[in-house]
Design a protein around this ligand. Structure first.
Ligand code: CDP
Ligand code: CDP
Length: 217
């Protein structure tokens, strides 16, 4: 390839963006970064210190001294960690502390795939292809409920749906890098798509962008 293939995958909680990003990265032989895991690690660090995710100073300190071993922690995917991640992610200082790491990952030779909330808007605004992955809140809640159950965390559908809605509202409503579809991102609604079909559709959308780029020269 004569250019770095950078693919930005954004979307709300449990839309399927991580699954799609991983599969697309494998398809193109590119490295993949789950940027949500970074915010989860910061949120988990704050919880472990007995701090409040809403407290900017505590969250910023945790982000600047990011404990990478937390990325492998079993509690990274817990519902409480999701909530804490979204809580720390509102602070500009936290986002700034995680910025260089993500930028450098996106800029590596050959390209990369990153998934999160602000990849197409802030981290990689010049990405070759941008996907905005969505699904209805009910579908996303059902997926997340099943995922938590498979890990032994049993929650009611209504409880998970309320969590998903609350996190959507906070992620989209914050001032710092809110969750929003980039103007040049392709929308991929996975509500009625199985994983294989969603991945096929994602690859087709990326191929469109690569084709358009080749035509432009
Ligand atoms: O997998 P799920 O969509 O539930 O969450 P995640 O991608 O692991 O992200 C957890 C939280 O981190 C989100 O609710 C966001 O508040 C925050 N986040 C962010 O602000 N920016 C990113 N690029 C990625 C995640
Ligand atoms: O990264 P994000 O939180 O957006 O979602 P994910 O972790 O990729 O997917 C959340 C759950 O939904 C996982 O258990 C996936 O296997 C499942 N999923 C699905 O059932 N159908 C899809 N089209 C995509 C994901």
């Amino acid at each position: 390839r004569s250019f770095n293939l950078v693919i930005a995958v954004d979307g709300p909680a449990a839309s399927g963006k991580g699954t799609i990003a991983k599969a697309v990265a494998r398809h193109y032989g590119l490295p993949h970064m789950d940027t949500g895991a970074l915010y989860r690690a910061v949120g988990l660090a704050v919880l472990r210190r007995g701090g409040q995710p809403g407290d900017a100073a505590t969250a910023e300190a945790a982000a600047r001294a990011l404990d990478l071993s937390l990325l492998e922690d079993r509690a990274l995917r817990d519902a409480a960690t999701s909530e804490a991640a979204s809580g720390v992610a509102v602070h500009p200082g936290v986002r700034q502390a995680l910025f260089d790491l993500q930028r450098a990952f996106a800029a590596q030779p050959g390209g990369a795939v990153l998934d999160g909330r602000d990849i197409g808007t802030i981290i990689a605004p010049d990405a070759t292809a941008k996907l905005f992955v969505t699904a209805s809140p009910e579908v996303r809640a059902a997926r997340r409920q099943a995922e938590l159950a498979s890990r032994g965390e049993v929650r009611s559908f209504d409880e998970v749906l309320a969590d998903v809605r609350k996190r959507d509202a906070r992620d989209a409503g914050r001032d710092a890098a809110p969750l929003v579809q980039a103007g040049d991102a392709a929308l991929l609604d996975t509500s009625d798509l199985a994983i294989d079909a969603a991945v096929q559709r994602a690859v087709a959308l990326v191929e469109n962008r690569i084709g358009a780029m080749r035509e432009r020269g």
